[in-house]
Ligand binder design. Structure first.
Ligand code: PHE
Length: 380
């Protein structure tokens, strides 16, 4: 009997652990694994870090409310280091090594374009929170996004410059290493020309550049009434700063790639007389937005930016789809995602259209006295 006791204790302990695990205490093999591939480090680290915070909030909220299909959601995060090659490696690991049932990411279109074919080939649904280039979801029927696309954004900004600012001659400065930037420049130009406007000069730079004086000097020579900078805020803020140093006081206009608190941190007062379009603003008085802002601020001691809001919405939309799918098979989740209608997110009411893109409003922000100020919301 003496010799039997230790053995009995371990059997009882093992059974107890197994039972506890089966009930969903802590994270267990019963969890639904969801992958996140995000720029946690590198040139655009704020993209991934904010997305991750928003997404974690969605995960904790759904688990506190009993999870999905009676199971907890467990998020596994892989860093893309802000590089397309690493994005491909990251989703491969998440799918092949970890066996995730769906993937959320990336912010940058170039990185989403690198990862999407891998998700598609494996039949694993992917939801991008912020990639706006139209090519992303064309990679296949498992690829979705919760943000609007650049043909719409380019058109809205062209109309804004032509109608609201009343300007007719613009110059464009785009990032030729960035699919998003190239696309948005093209869509802006198409609408602007159709309206009767003129693009008097175009110049290029590459992500990571820090000196834009040569390009700006060339643009200035063409005497534009505004400069369009469809890029990411890191370079955009430096471009605006250097333009002001060259006495170019004209409006400078960008897209969602500008949306970060870092924009005015880097650019300061020189950002006055700039405008950009985005998915969301924490200043929106809407009660859903304000409720999210207050929960997020309590949790992280900072205001949520657009990535955080879009990460949160990407999570909620995916969890809602898994619930409606009634199971975690890729094809079922895909069909449920495709059927998403009028989902009330923080970034607006989201409907997934037949091309797996989100139809939703655009917000326009103006920088006034070194502060981002909400100007208007434009419906799709
Ligand atoms: N829309 C950008 C892209 O597709 C990503 C981005 C979104 C960057 C929001 C900054 C802010 O590449």
């Amino acid at each position: 009997m003496r010799r039997l006791m230790p053995w009995l204790i371990s059997v009882v302990a093992l059974v107890a652990i197994g039972f506890w695990a089966g009930c969903g205490g802590g994270s267990t093999s019963n969890d639904i694994l969801i992958g996140e591939y995000s720029a946690m480090t590198g040139t655009t680290a704020t993209f991934g870090q904010s997305t991750h915070r928003g997404l974690m909030m969605a995960v904790d909220e759904i688990n506190a409310a009993g999870g999905v299909l009676g199971r907890n959601i467990r998020l596994l995060t892989e860093d893309t280091q802000s590089k397309p090659e690493e994005a491909a490696t990251a989703v491969t690991k998440l799918i092949s090594r970890d066996g995730v049932k769906a993937v959320i990411g990336e912010v940058s279109s170039s990185r989403s374009l690198a990862a999407a074919p891998i998700c598609q080939a494996n039949g694993i649904p992917m939801v991008s929170n912020a990639s706006t280039n139209p090519e992303v979801t064309k990679k296949g029927d498992y690829i979705f996004r919760v943000c609007y696309i650049d043909p719409f954004q380019g058109e809205v900004m062209a109309r804004f410059v032509y109608n609201t600012l009343g300007l007719r001659k613009v110059a464009i400065l785009k990032d030729i290493k960035n699919d998003y930037s190239i696309g948005l420049a093209q869509y802006f130009e198409e609408t602007f020309l159709k309206l009767g406007g003129q693009v008097v000069a175009t110049q290029a730079y590459s992500e990571g550049d820090i000196d834009f004086k040569a390009q700006l000097t060339a643009l200035k020579g063409a005497e534009p009434e505004a400069v369009i900078v469809p890029g990411y805020y890191t370079e955009a803020a430096l471009i605006v700063k250097q333009a002001r140093e060259l006495n170019m006081t004209i409006p400078i206009v960008g897209g969602d790639g500008w949306d970060s608190a870092k924009l005015v941190e880097i650019g300061g007062e020189s950002m006055n007389n700039t405008y950009f379009s985005t998915a969301y603003t924490a200043d929106d008085p809407d009660s859903v937005v304000q409720n999210f802002v207050s929960k997020y601020t309590t949790r992280y001691s900072e205001k949520p930016d657009a990535f955080a809001a879009l990460g949160y919405d990407a999570g909620l939309i995916l969890f809602d789809a898994i619930k409606r799918a009634g199971g975690v098979e890729g094809a079922k989740i895909r069909d449920a995602l495709a059927a998403t209608r009028d989902f009330r997110g923080v970034t607006g009411t989201i409907t997934i259209d037949r091309d797996r893109n989100a139809r939703k409003p655009i917000v326009i922000i103006a920088v006034v006295d070194g502060r981002m100020t909400y100007k208007e919301t434009i419906q799709p």
